[in-house]
Design a protein around this ligand. Structure first.
Ligand code: HEC
Ligand code: HEC
Ligand code: HEC
Ligand code: HEC
Length: 169
């Protein structure tokens, strides 16, 4: 692994948003279209280290923190689950438990084709060309300003978003 998944502390938040905006992510080639959501467990089979980092990140628990009466509320689920309202995204906790909370795919996009491309090579050591092919099948970071879709809102009166990043009146 050349890079690491940053631990998302409020302090690193500002840096990340800026870094993501200006980073290589913008030049990342578009992965195949029409990928479906797989859930974090599938990703974990090849990216265990990132999975363990994510498990400790607050995003992994944003469904659980909803009071029970809101766990089926569409207005909450668009930010407190993964892919809610899209054909293969979160529906409810019974049928799509692996998409509860904000999983890998909120930041990297759906990964079904990426999984297939990577599986072709099994456990063998990838050549540079193979690694490029696998990387090109997944966003290093979704190109739109993904964090701001859920943060920088007035969804809540009290916000953990750093004051300088909050939407202005
Ligand atoms: C069958 C194994 C496999 C599965 C399953 C898998 N990946 Fe990967 N992924 C790889 C390999 C191999 C690479 C190449 C880099 C490396 O060796 O880590 C990679 C690279 C990536 C990258 C870097 C992309 C880039 O542009 O550099 C991201 C992000 C990523 N995977 C996310 C995911 C997510 C999210 C999931 C689940 C939806 C997932 N992966 C599922 C094997 C897999
Ligand atoms: C537009 C996105 C969005 C929507 C819609 C949304 N939330 Fe949140 N929620 C967030 C974000 C982002 C946080 C992290 C803290 C922050 O920035 O306010 C959060 C945090 C929370 C927390 C943790 C306590 C806190 O304020 O930090 C609870 C509980 C919560 N939301 C409940 C809900 C409920 C219930 C609904 C539906 C009525 C809902 N949220 C709708 C984005 C959203
Ligand atoms: C809140 C957003 C977010 C979530 C959730 C997230 N990641 Fe990432 N991930 C990132 C960012 C940001 C980077 C670094 C991008 C860069 O280097 O520009 C990254 C990088 C990666 C890489 C690339 C490492 C390399 O060697 O190039 C992999 C693989 C990856 N993440 C897998 C995962 C997996 C698997 C999960 C879920 C278990 C996950 N990520 C959850 C934001 C996220
Ligand atoms: C799909 C919605 C969504 C997206 C996209 C999203 N987040 Fe979050 N994020 C949340 C929610 C909901 C919480 C609340 C977790 C809690 O309060 O326990 C949160 C919490 C956080 C926290 C923790 C705040 C604290 O109190 O410690 C940080 C930091 C953060 N997000 C950064 C990011 C960054 C950086 C990105 C983009 C790379 C991002 N988020 C993308 C929904 C989202």
């Amino acid at each position: 692994m050349r890079r690491f998944v940053p631990v998302l502390t409020p302090l690193s938040f500002l840096g990340l948003v800026l870094a993501v905006g200006a980073s290589r992510a913008a030049e990342d080639p578009a992965p195949p279209a029409g990928q479906t959501y797989t859930g974090a467990k599938k990703c974990a089979s090849c990216h265990f280290k990132q999975f363990m980092t994510w498990k400790k990140d607050k995003h992994s628990k944003v469904f659980d923190l909803l009071p029970d009466k809101y766990k089926t509320d569409a207005t909450c689920l668009k930010c407190h689950s993964t892919g809610y309202g899209t054909p293969t995204g979160f529906k409810d906790i019974k049928s799509t438990p692996d998409l509860a909370g904000n999983t890998c795919e909120i930041c990297h996009g759906p990964g079904s084709e990426h999984e297939k491309v990577a599986q072709k090579y099994g456990k063998e050591k990838l050549t540079a060309a193979q690694e490029k092919e696998v990387r090109d099948s997944m966003w290093l970071m979704l190109p739109e300003n993904v964090c701001v879709k859920c943060h920088l809102t007035k969804a809540h009166k009290e916000s953990a978003t750093p004051p300088e990043l909050r939407a202005k009146d």
